[in-house]
Design a protein around this ligand. Sequence first.
Ligand code: NAD
Length: 496
Amino acid sequence: MTVATPAATKLTNYINGQWAESRAADWQDVVNPATGEVLARVPLADGAEVGRAIEAAAAAYPDWRRTPPEDRIQPLFKLKQLLEEHVDELGRIITQENGKTFVEGKAELRRAIENVEVACGMPMMMQGYNLEDVARGIDETMIRQPLGVVAAITPFNFPGMIPFWFLPYAIACGNTFILKPSERVPLTMRRAFELLEQCGLPKGVVNLVNGGKAAVDALLDHPKVRAISFVGSTPVAKYVYARAGANGKRAQCQGGAKNHVIILPDADMQMATQIISDSAFGCAGQRCLAVSVAVTVGAAQKTFRDSITDAAAKLPVGNGLDEGVQMGPVITPQSKSRIESLIGVGEKQGAKVLLDGRGARISRHEAGNFVKPTVLDGVSAASELADTEIFGPVLSLVHASDMDEAMAFLERSAYGNQASLFTSSGSAARRFRYEAPAGNIGINIGVAAPMAYFPFSGWKDSFFGIMHGQGRDAVEFYTEKKVVIERWAKEHSRKF
Ligand code: NAD
């Protein structure tokens, strides 16, 4: 199976309802991480090009804002139908540009579709509230109104899902929208926008601009952009949050992660092994909710160490489009060498490499960026590895004598995207839910990804902002509250 795009196809932007050739001076190859094949060339838009998209979105806003919410959601029903019909096609594109397996690509699209479905409830979700007689004869009402032009900047690891954490809610609330997807994986959204084009949205309501830092800066600095949604690494999230704030924009910025799981001796070890293996090595460990550190407590140490190493060693690694493959490559050769050198750092700082995924060679895919599942034992709290986001298929094992000691590992992490516990004890689960310092909590769950009607709730250095993506938070983020206080003369029976 090959992607429909012939090699070196020059990608275009979608501005004001039209595919527009880019005048960018800088271009970048889009490369299949499993094969090294160049799939396309992506433009890195400059400020002027981004400015055209912003002006198109600004021009579309007054009429879109006046379009009744009931009418605004009709294109989203169409979009849901088209996404359902094209799941296989989009799933293949995700695998080809990102490297995850076809099954994983289709799974992320399900999450995308769920967000479209939830946003279809906007006529209910966007309602305000009111109270009569706040004083005699005076009524007070809270109305939600859209902001105007809003933009989202998204990462490489979920090319099909993450843009849909934002787009459906933004436009259903009455905003007009600009997406700047990751320049490493622009093909999925190119196809998704071809589908959006068939949904009957007025021109300028959704726009797609390809680019990198210059495009992001242009969105952050333009006075007509009212809100920024960002997902990516923590240093860039902090930068985007600060610059958006300095320019008076609201921002929600999701950053990196270092997720811990605690395994108590009373856990169902077979279930824990299977679920944690999927969390640590699924999507080649390039999930912001991937378990990265497993803290075993007491007698769980030996059983889990042996079973997870065994499970990891058996994972079939290869091209995600090949039957039976359960783990694909990492995104770039640079990523592969960064991950391999971090494994070396862990080893030098005292960890024992129980399973070594460095130097992986996959036959017929010699140009692919493969790192096989890796398990490190005895990573000390002082090791650089304990704090660094690896973003690859590497699981560090840490041992604690009791739950207090295990919780201390979580407390000291700079990140707070997800924390999980495996146990059969209700009281341990309650304590964990109550005390764990992370926004997404899993109890016997390996990837605690909130459904579309709950906020994707990172904490600490994993999130900068107040309102998260998805669900009710998305409505709060994409609307401004207006409060109206009214008094009318008492002329009930006036004749006109
Ligand atoms: P990244 O930070 O390199 O890039 C994210 C986006 O920012 C891209 O669109 C990119 O073009 C842009 N960008 C990159 N450098 C920039 C700069 N200097 N100035 C302005 N814009 C810049 O992230 P990535 O490598 O694409 O994605 C992986 C990271 O995203 C990981 O750290 C992962 O944990 C994180 N992530 C977090 C979540 C979450 O929900 N918290 C979800 C997915 C991914």
